[in-house]
Design a protein around this ligand. Structure first.
Ligand code: LLP
Length: 403
């Protein structure tokens, strides 16, 4: 059963904490994680929440308390996870384009590491040899993901070691006695075609015989959740069934592997709401704008990916509706939602953006010298502030006044 916060809860939160505010519903995260663990119950599978989607430390702690690991894409995410009290064996570090020093630092914490380039793999081998079993991120040449900007496994992608460079990879592994414990792919985000995951493991299965120390096959993230009403969620039991059948087919000659996944959106997209307030109603002759006290600085997904976020006017109970373009207050055309039929919007009304949990606050900025929003968690029916709204001092905090 899908869990949602009520308009009344969101209105009370807006009153107590102001707007714009990101609100996260803990029980919805739990529900999503439960769907993963029950869907994959017949497979030896582990989940690492891709925390780039939402790094608030309270969220990390909560997700860890559910039994889920944390997948990190930078050393600072690793440090946040450690700061949240998460043990190294529950932390996975899959990064790209980073310096070797960052990988060394991750290794000093003892976390699982996936390496994304031949050059860093070689440096890793020279330093650690066989003493630190490690994973490699491969580029499987699979086109997947909601749009090209979030598609990462294709032939022109910067991510991973291209599978056609297998021989070079194997030479580095044998010359340095590296123990490869995981093969990793992540083909994209918002993947509509669930078969991609099955295709992914098939591609990897052909490489498996080259890796005698292999323990894990990591298929990355990308499970889809609905953003538009017509969207479908990834059918987790279907994928699990297909993967089980594949694993049971003895393709690996009796070798057993744990499957790892790194869900981001699936875990937290739907738990999140961005609560905004309408500053201005403006009719330009062709359309009516509802201008909110937020913008691309808080929710960049509509402008960056043409992403759709469902919007609801939670302040007006009347049934009269009208079409609006919901726009931001940034000095750019930061339309957040186009041509939406909403309950009549008045200045001061609260407009709520759905699916704001993943890559919402996380991609926020101080553009136009605006403050980043507050964050609130609702757990057991109780709303608590988990990040203060920024203030003017924050804008000045790293500034060095020399003139
Ligand atoms: N694993 C790796 C290695 C990744 O690069 C990502 C996402 C994930 C897992 C999690 O993917 P998810 O389950 O969330 O689809 N900012 C974009 C999404 C970028 C995803 C980057 N990598 C957006 O807002 O759509």
């Amino acid at each position: 059963m899908s869990q949602a916060l009520t308009h009344q809860q969101l209105t009370e939160i807006a009153k107590e904490f102001g707007t714009p505010t990101y609100v996260y519903h803990a029980e919805k995260i739990k529900e999503q994680y439960g769907k993963l663990t029950s869907g994959f119950s017949e497979i030896d599978a582990k989940f690492f929440f891709a925390c780039k989607a939402l790094t608030n430390i309270n969220i990390l702690k909560y997700i860890h308390s559910l039994g889920c690991g944390i997948d990190c894409s930078s050393i600072n995410e690793v440090k946040l996870a450690i700061h949240a009290g998460i043990p190294a064996e529950k932390i996975l570090y899959t990064s790209n384009g980073i310096s070797f020093e960052e990988i060394e630092e991750a290794a000093s914490h003892g976390v699982h590491i996936n390496i994304d380039s031949l050059s860093n793999l070689e440096k890793f081998g020279k330093k650690f040899g066989s003493s630190y079993p490690v994973g490699v991120r491969l580029r499987p040449n699979i086109l997947a993901g909601g749009n090209l900007k979030i598609s990462t496994g294709h032939e022109k992608s910067k991510f991973g070691i291209p599978i056609e460079q297998l021989n070079a990879l194997l030479s580095i592994v044998s010359e340095n006695n590296i123990r490869i414990k995981a093969l990793h792919i992540h083909t994209g985000s918002d993947i509509k075609d669930a078969d991609i995951f099955v295709h992914g493991i098939k591609v990897l299965s052909e490489l498996v015989p080259h890796f005698p120390d292999l323990e894990v096959i990591d298929l990355g993230g990308g499970f889809k959740v609905p953003y538009e009403i017509s969207d479908e969620e990834t059918d987790i039991p279907w994928i699990a069934g297909k993967l089980k059948k594949f694993l049971d087919s003895n393709v690996f000659n009796g070798r057993k592997f744990q499957l790892w996944f790194e869900p981001g959106k699936y875990m937290v997209s739907e738990c999140g709401y961005l609560v905004t307030q309408v500053n201005v109603i403006k009719d330009n002759g062709a359309q009516t704008f509802a201008g909110v006290n937020s913008g691309l600085n808080h929710l960049i997904r509509p402008m960056f990916y043409d992403a759709y976020h469902h919007v609801v006017n939670i302040s007006n109970q009347e049934t009269e509706e009208k079409v609006y373009t919901i726009t931001g207050y940034i000095c750019e055309t930061d339309n957040l939602a186009n041509d939406r039929l909403l309950r009549k919007v008045r200045e001061g009304d609260l407009l709520v953006f759905h699916n704001a949990g993943a890559y919402g606050f996380e991609m926020a900025s101080n553009y136009n010298s605006r403050y980043r929003p507050a964050e609130v968690i609702v757990k057991d029916g109780k709303a608590q502030l988990i990040r203060k709204r920024e203030n003017f001092e924050d804008l000045l905090s790293n500034l060095v006044e020399v003139l």
